[in-house]
Design a protein around this ligand. Structure first.
Ligand SMILES: *[C@@H]1O[C@H](CO)[C@@H](O)[C@H](O)[C@H]1NC(C)=O
Ligand SMILES: *[C@@H]1O[C@H](CO)[C@@H](O)[C@H](O)[C@H]1NC(C)=O
Ligand SMILES: *[C@@H]1O[C@H](CO)[C@@H](O)[C@H](O)[C@H]1NC(C)=O
Ligand SMILES: *[C@@H]1O[C@H](CO)[C@@H](O)[C@H](O)[C@H]1NC(C)=O
Ligand SMILES: CC(=O)N[C@H]1CO[C@H](CO)[C@@H](O)[C@@H]1O
Length: 510
């Protein structure tokens, strides 16, 4: 044991870790790296991540995600086969996230010595993997100032990105390195399945594409993250409790809990990170609530949610906002284009149900008030919704019952500039995209002034936003099979970024 070890760990703590222990180390840098900070568009709240039992608190980054360039130099791959220091030096760590239940007591561990050797080998591969991620972080950081890499399909560029060069490098590194292990446990229709049509289509789409993509690792030892292939929408459809005398959440939450218990007892990975390198997707309104079935799923795991409502615990430093995309027949056929700005006679358009607190205010001020402002409840028969999107310069996307709505993607698909009126919402891919460059972001208080605000935007600025909206469209398009830079890859990239921001470390001391 090195002397630094003795000097840093008290003898009581040493007892805990004496034979085998696992420590999850979450690296959270403090630097505001502008490429992933969504200034103003969304509120990046600081939310503490509290791990039960451990009592230690990991603070979220102040303002965005970080790629702290001053990670300690990492050993080259070849050297990694030799045993590594048991824990990172204290100054390497920002926050240590270590629940007491990740420690194995000396007595327990004595009895299972053969297992230790197995675990030992496992950690070596984890350490290699982490070392490679360390080099990726450095490469992404370097890309901010370096020359651009050639890319045959598309080179991200321009103000729609917080930092196009860093994003590009991060994307290319993801393509080279990222490996996701998909648990095979669970049966359809709840698992390995999900809707691919209609409003929750992103759930089924992602699950299906994740199971068939080249990013899927067959060997979990080589995986950076672990995907939980469960569908909230399918749970609601098949095991929702309709008896009003019974807690209707219970069977669904029990299913989530049973699944995590199953994979957590069968494999070492959930316990190793307390869920921090695990992720799931949910587009259904109840996704956030069902994730509460397992405290670590809610607090530690990467939850890719359509309903990225910060008031419901969405934490942008670890969770991923995904777009809600309404696919009537499961494809984007016929909805991916629109006329030029010159051929858009209406200033603004909205049509939809009077759900939630914001829409009544919008309708009160603008329904049937002004022919430039096409604001309606439901459209009369024979009037085309998609046609009005195409005839309008700005398309209003207010929250309904939930923050997510397919309207902003419909706007981008049809060349209409989205106007977001949402509270507590983190827009999809805000880690990479600067929404303010291609959308108008307003608060509820702006509604009475809506027309003035929109007419106050110069034609030049409008044309810029419209052009940029067409540029980012590729990031929201659903393809079969997925294409580079499309919505599947953007969701995966957001997960990749979250994974880059943590460091998981197995500790063996023998
Ligand atoms: C990066 O992380 C190191 C160690 O965690 C820390 O000492 C340093 O202050 C951080 N750098 C910045 C710019 O935040
Ligand atoms: C960037 O490109 C220029 C010209 O092509 C070259 O001279 C320079 O060395 C390159 N810089 C790096 C860091 O590769
Ligand atoms: C993970 O922890 C749980 C609860 O502490 C335990 O029941 C389970 O057996 C552990 N899994 C493994 C693979 O050790
Ligand atoms: C977001 O979460 C808060 C807190 O649970 C809730 O009051 C609100 O209705 C949710 N949805 C929207 C659209 O804000
Ligand atoms: C040990 C260490 O460097 N801790 C820092 C982690 O980051 C927070 C801010 O996010 C700092 O306040 C801590 O000092």
């Amino acid at each position: 044991m090195g002397s630094w070890w003795n000097s840093r760990i008290s003898s009581t703590k040493l007892l805990w870790v004496i034979v085998v222990c696992m420590v999850v180390v979450v690296f959270i840098g403090v630097k505001k790296s502008n490429w992933v900070v969504a200034e103003g568009t969304v509120s990046f709240e600081r939310r503490p991540v509290v791990v039960e039992g451990g009592g230690e608190v990991a603070e979220g980054p102040s303002g965005g995600y970080l790629l702290n360039s001053s990670y300690p130099p990492l050993a080259m791959e070849d050297e990694m086969d030799v045993e590594l220091p048991v824990v990172a030096k204290e100054d390497d760590l920002n926050v240590t996230l270590s629940g007491s239940d990740v420690f194995v007591s000396a007595n327990q561990a004595d009895a299972v010595l053969p297992v230790d050797r197995r675990i030992n080998r496992k950690y070596t591969s984890l350490d290699k993997l982490e070392a490679r991620l360390g080099r990726v972080r450095a490469a992404i950081k370097e890309a901010e100032s370096g020359n651009r890499t050639h890319d045959p399909n598309y080179v991200p560029d321009g103000p729609v990105y917080w930092n196009a060069a860093s994003f590009h490098r991060s994307y290319l590194e993801m393509e080279k390195q990222f490996k996701v292990f998909v648990y095979e446990e669970g049966e359809p229709p709840i698992f390995h399945n999900g809707p691919c049509k209609s409003i929750y289509s992103m759930e089924g789409n992602f699950i299906y594409h994740m199971e068939t993509t080249k990013f899927r690792a067959r060997n979990p030892e080589k995986a950076h993250t672990f995907f939980l292939p469960m569908s909230t929408t399918m749970m609601v459809r098949f095991i929702f409790e309709r008896d009003p005398n019974i807690d209707h959440w219970r069977p669904m939450k029990q299913t989530v809990k049973d699944y995590i218990d199953l994979v957590g007892s069968k494999y070492p990975f959930w316990n190793r990170s307390l869920g921090a390198d695990h992720f799931n997707v949910a587009c259904h309104d109840w996704g956030p609530e069902l994730s509460k079935a397992v405290p670590y799923l809610f607090k530690n795991s990467i939850r890719a949610l359509c309903n990225a409502n910060t008031s419901e615990g969405f934490n942008p430093s670890k969770d991923v906002s995904i777009p809600e995309i309404l696919l009537p027949d499961g494809t984007t056929r016929g909805i991916l284009n629109g006329p030029s700005p010159r051929n858009r006679p209406f200033l603004a358009f909205f049509a939809g149900g009077v759900h939630g607190p914001i829409r009544p205010i919008l309708l009160e001020h603008w329904q049937d008030k002004d022919p430039d402002m096409q604001v309606h409840k439901y459209l009369p028969k024979g009037v085309s919704y998609i046609g009005l999107l195409r005839q309008s310069k700005y398309c209003i996307s207010p929250s309904g019952y939930e923050v997510a709505s397919p309207r902003m993607v419909e706007a981008l698909y049809t060349g209409c500039v989205p106007v977001l009126i949402k509270d507590h919402y983190v827009a999809p891919f805000s880690d990479v995209l600067n929404w303010k460059s291609f959308a108008v972001i307003l608060s509820v208080e702006d509604i009475p002034n809506l027309k003035n605000i929109l007419t106050g935007i110069s034609t030049r600025q409008y044309l810029r936003m419209q052009r940029r909206g067409k540029q980012v469209r590729r990031h929201f398009v659903v393809n079969y099979p997925p294409k580079r830079y499309d919505v599947f890859h953007m969701i995966l990239h957001s997960v990749w970024l979250r994974r880059l921001n943590i460091r998981i470390q197995g500790v063996v001391d023998s």
